[in-house]
Design a protein around this ligand. Structure first.
Ligand code: NAD
Length: 351
């Protein structure tokens, strides 16, 4: 049976990791990132239509497990995601995720999917989309600090959406930089591995920080961020987990997804609660300006918001149709008489 045309609602289309990879290659990575960024932008432009809540986080000494729900009038989506920076030491990912999209009218799930790859894709698509509004127009070099799982996706999105092909990489683990450089050079990126974060940021008009460490880290100090630079800070996304020195925040114009969540989780947890920030949905709607002048320091204090995952879930649902990359999952009970759940169980009793 084709997963996307089930004969009854009880089968939920499921996209595995293997099939997500097939879907990305089927569409093409850059096309995927461009189209997804368009969907994210369209949803930010209709921001008031969404139910919004800061994600529900369960913290432990080694990491965090989070639930990220949102809904418009037609669809409901949520993502389960973790963040455990020490996981890579035991061969596990820092970030893994899966998610569900549901029909608001019936409450029935219409998609169940892996979201580890999809999170890297949507985070990169969002970063580059914001870069389009905030990065200097003549930017052609990006520093990428933290060369783990998210790194190459960020590079691809910034090339596809902002035209950046020159990269300066730095990671405290040289093996991570070598891995990223090999992956990226194979796709025509002009890559230089740097010996320090200071070296990486020199000459870069865009600085992306995507490190993982559960502490108030200082990946960038104030002297490292010159006038006119755009900082895309994605690794500070939990209470007690930041990447930038506070003084940078005091000099920058700060742009955020959902202030109620970012004030708890983002770089701005280091600032007073009333420190002014600009909401990106207003920039995307043209209500307030993005970058105003060439000397302004702009900061995207990225933490990742539920509507970005909602956009990604809906995009995957649309694109996976008729591909065979979604398999039907027997996830929901479907008794012939909806009120005879018990009868269904009885009939399944082994004889
Ligand atoms: P990862 O563990 O695969 O990679 C992180 C890399 O950072 C590692 O290679 C590590 O060596 C490096 N690193 C750690 N401390 C460093 C330092 N001081 N200087 C330079 N490099 C350093 O993690 P990942 O999956 O790539 O995620 C990166 C970060 O992005 C995590 O903090 C994660 O929580 C965050 N993230 C944010 C979003 C968002 O929407 N904002 C989405 C996904 C992931």
């Amino acid at each position: 049976m084709n997963a996307m045309t089930p004969s009854h609602l009880a089968y939920v289309p499921f996209v595995s990791v293997a099939n997500m990879m097939k879907l990305v290659h089927h569409i093409g990575l850059e096309r995927f990132l461009i189209d997804l960024s368009g969907d994210i932008e369209a949803d930010f432009k209709r921001w008031p239509e969404f139910d919004k809540v800061a994600r529900v986080a369960s913290h432990s000494p080694g990491g965090v497990i989070e639930l990220m729900p949102t809904a418009d009038r037609a669809l409901y989506g949520f993502k389960y995601v973790n963040g455990h920076p020490k996981n890579t030491r035991t061969g596990h990912q820092t970030v893994t995720a899966f998610g569900v999209l549901s029909d608001v009218a019936t409450g029935y799930p219409v998609l169940f999917t892996e979201m580890t790859l999809l999170t890297a894709l949507r985070t990169a698509a969002m970063s580059a989309l914001v870069g389009r509004y905030l990065a200097p127009k003549d930017a052609d070099v990006m520093a990428l600090i933290g060369n783990g799982a998210q790194c190459e996706f960020q590079a691809f999105a910034f090339r596809a959406i902002c035209g950046i092909n020159r990269l300066k990489l730095f990671d405290i683990d040289p093996k991570a930089s070598e891995k990223a450089a090999t992956n990226l050079r194979a796709h025509g990126f002009d890559v230089r591995i740097c010996q320090s974060a200071q070296d990486a940021v020199e000459g870069a008009q865009i600085i992306t920080t995507c490190t993982a460490d559960k502490q108030y880290a200082t990946i960038l100090t104030d002297n490292m961020v010159g006038a006119g630079v755009h900082v895309n800070a994605i690794g500070g996304d939990c209470p007690g987990k930041t990447e930038l020195h506070r003084d940078i925040l005091l000099r920058a114009d700060i742009f955020v997804e959902y202030p109620e969540q970012t004030r708890v989780e983002g770089e701005i947890q280091q600032l007073n609660e009333d420190h002014p920030v600009t909401e990106l949905w207003q920039v995307m709607r043209g209500d307030v300006p993005g970058r105003r002048d060439a000397r302004q320091i702009t900061l995207f204090d990225s933490v990742g918001f539920a509507t970005e995952d909602f956009s990604a879930l809906r995009y995957v649902k649309r694109m996976v149709e008729d591909t065979g990359f979604a398999v039907p999952l027997d996830l929901l009970a479907d008794p012939d008489d909806p009120r005879d759940l018990f009868g269904m169980l009885e009939r399944a009793k082994p004889v």
